[in-house]
Design a protein around this ligand. Structure first.
Ligand code: AMP
Length: 459
């Protein structure tokens, strides 16, 4: 299958050529033809599947074909995304793919100057990528309207719901013209999303590239049973190459449930001489951008993130995802580990499970069909934790001090060795003891599940 068989125009095909994309991903092959026909679409797809191009490429062609003028203080295509990072990436893709189509692309996100956004949208734009909160701010100020929208895209709709954008989405649905085309993407399909699909879409074509809530196939998943107060030591040992976890460690994305948790891990890693950055909702936009760029360039190849902040980050080469704390919403596990094994690469996901997280583990297994290979703790682990062992191992040459280097430090990379580390497939769990919502909350305590009523943050 090649892109030119899908009915895309020459300018778009040329832009793809420039990007070096030769073969459509499965979601692109399935979604592009019906979107070109003007059908509504419901796409069930995880990040990393190429879904941005799946909706952007045919939309660019539809906009070109319709040939309308850029509307004053409005847009022709509106893409809603949950986070600033995702919005930025989508806008960049739109610019790349639409480079030769002569379409104007803008993005607006929370955390930046609203006046600047007002000014830049005054003359309107063809494509607008926005987080829902900032868009509504501008609409409330009468600085922008949605009356000219021909194509509406909701990307990562389940995440927008998790972030408390339900009211914003309902409001936006009343402001867009009825005769628009709607492209709706979500990685998971809980009940509330189905309701939203009913509100937004008309007889959508269903396209699904991964069965609902299953974990990505190319990711090897490993599990450590470890006490909560031992997790930091274990993480440090892994990052410093003192525990031979499978795979060559290149860039490690570490997930915590809370913002404070992320900061704490980073601080302690720094004390242990392992440079890391945190990314979460309390970080300013410049801080987030710096953390991401240092991660991308492998200058600081350890990034500690909360679920919300990490959603939408597209970084090639994440070799390992560490679930330092298990997510209390099982679907988040799918999103987290989807950050590794992108664009055809294999990935490794490592979960740390403490005694009081067994219920989460059970939920994850049940909901996502995740298969874990259990890894043993290092031989000297207790001694290190209790400070009676070699907590301060013999100094290494400076260039070896941080184990997380682009070329790793003698870790087993072969499948053989991986498996020898992971003999005991492990299935434990006990009745559910409580759940809460994931995301940017600040309490590490398990809470009752309130997935949809959480933080009403505006992006
Ligand atoms: P997405 O799921 O849209 O975030 O895309 C995941 C990554 O795959 C991005 O880095 C894209 O640039 C890349 N990508 C998308 N489509 C293709 C393709 N057909 N061939 C190669 N890479 C692609």
């Amino acid at each position: 299958m090649t892109f030119d068989k899908l009915g895309l125009s020459q300018p778009v095909l040329q832009a793809l050529d420039l990007k070096g994309y030769n073969t459509p991903t499965p979601i692109q092959a399935q979604a592009i033809p019906p979107v070109l026909e003007g059908r509504d679409l419901l796409g069930i797809a995880q990040t990393g599947t190429g879904k941005t191009a799946a909706f952007m490429l045919p939309s660019i062609d539809r906009l070109r074909e319709a040939g309308r003028q850029t509307p004053f203080k409005s847009c022709r295509m509106l893409v809603l995304a949950p986070t600033r990072e995702l919005a930025g990436q989508i806008a960049q893709s739109a610019k790349d793919y639409g480079a030769l189509a002569g379409l104007k692309v803008q993005s607006i996100v929370g955390g930046t100057s609203v006046n600047k956004d007002r000014n830049k949208l005054h003359r309107g734009t063809d494509i607008l990528v926005a987080t829902p909160g900032r868009l509504l701010d501008l609409i409330d100020q009468k600085a922008f309207g949605l009356g000219s929208v021909e194509i509406l895209v909701l990307d990562e709709a389940d995440q927008m719901l998790d972030l408390g954008f339900i009211h914003a989405l309902r409001k936006i649905s009343q402001l867009v013209p009825d005769d628009r085309q709607t492209l709706f993407f979500s990685a998971t399909m809980p009940k509330q999303i189905k309701e939203l699909v009913g509100k937004y879409c008309r007889e959508p074509v269903h396209v699904s590239v991964t069965p609902e809530s299953t974990t990505a196939e190319r990711i090897d998943q490993y599990l450590f049973m470890v006490q909560q107060d031992e997790k930091q030591t274990l993480l440090e040992m892994i990052l410093r190459g003192r525990h031979p976890v499978p795979g060559k460690i290149e860039r490690v994305l570490v997930f915590t449930r809370t913002k404070h948790g992320a900061d704490r891990v980073v601080k302690k890693l720094a004390q242990a001489g392992v440079p890391a950055n945190a990314i979460h909702g309390n970080k300013s936009q410049p801080q987030r951008e710096r953390a991401l760029s240092e991660f991308r360039s492998a200058k600081t190849p350890v990034l500690v993130a909360t679920d919300v902040a990490a959603r939408g980050i597209d970084i090639p080469g994440v070799s390992h995802v560490v679930n330092y704390e298990l997510p209390n919403v099982p679907e988040q596990y799918v999103h987290r580990i989807g950050r590794t094994a992108r664009a055809g690469a294999d990935g490794i996901a490592i979960a740390f499970c403490a005694e009081d997280e067994r219920a989460y583990l059970k939920d994850i297994r049940k909901t996502t069909d995740a298969e874990f290979d259990r890894l043993p703790l290092p031989d000297n682990f207790r001694a290190v934790v209790e400070g009676v062992g070699p907590t301060k191992p013999a100094p290494r040459p400076p260039h070896q001090r941080v184990a997380v280097k682009p070329r790793g430090e003698g870790r087993p990379a072969s499948g053989e060795q991986r498996k020898s580390n992971a003999k005991h497939s492990h299935r434990t769990g006990r009745p559910r003891i409580g759940e809460g919502r994931g995301g940017e909350g600040d309490s590490a305590r398990p809470r009752r599940r309130r997935r949809r009523s959480g933080r009403g943050g505006r992006g």
